[in-house]
Design a protein. Structure first.
Length: 196
């Protein structure tokens, strides 16, 4: 699943109107699993590697797969949730719990939408990768279906969030994120279908 989609879906599922201060921990928790991917891509571009080499070879190499495993670990996300629960009497606890819950929600959303690029979601307990028959982008593995379901969920979540956001800046950020998601869908899924 694309990172902007995680942001919107996690916010719709975890944010409560009575606790808007949890918005930032939810957003940060949604970003943490993909943070290493952004570092990886920046490093690869700095190395002037071609796109096809980045995504077909270097992405699958060590130590990158080990680094991705840490950020995509469901057990580590659950550990953060438990730590947040333990620290609940303190101000930090609630935010930490929301951050961990958002990380775990990100992982659970990725499980059914990653094929060749599946993560080691059970690290450090196991190096097993759950390989889904559906990809969120790869046409050879129902990528159009995966991307369409993802976009549909994002649009539903946006409709839910829109009236609950009270600041123009928040609505603008949501609109920009949805536009980014729609643009990615059109460029990666629809354009290849109509291109000669």
């Amino acid at each position: 699943m694309n990172t902007p989609s995680h942001l919107i879906l996690n916010l719709a599922l975890l944010r409560r109107p009575l606790a808007p201060t949890m918005t930032w921990p939810i957003l940060i928790g949604a970003l943490i699993p993909d943070a290493a991917l952004f570092v990886f891509y920046g490093w690869a571009r700095w190395q002037q590697l071609p796109e096809h080499i980045i995504w077909s070879e270097v992405y699958y190499s060590q130590p990158w797969q080990a680094i991705f495993a840490v950020g995509n670990s469901i057990p580590l996300g659950l550990l953060v949730v438990a730590l947040g629960y333990y620290l609940t009497p303190l101000w930090l606890g609630s935010g930490l719990g929301c951050l961990g819950a958002s990380m775990v929600l990100h992982h659970l959303a990725d499980l059914p939408l990653h094929h060749d690029d599946a993560h080691q979601h059970f690290w450090p307990l196991s190096a097993v990768r759950v390989i889904s028959p559906v990809s969120y982008y790869d046409a050879d593995h129902f990528g159009l279906l995966g991307a369409t379901v993802e976009l549909g969920l994002v649009l539903i979540a946006t409709a839910y969030l829109w009236p609950r956001l009270h600041f123009i800046a928040s609505k603008g950020l949501l609109a920009a994120t949805v536009c980014l998601t729609i643009g990615g869908y059109l460029a990666l899924q629809i354009r290849p279908l109509i291109a000669p």
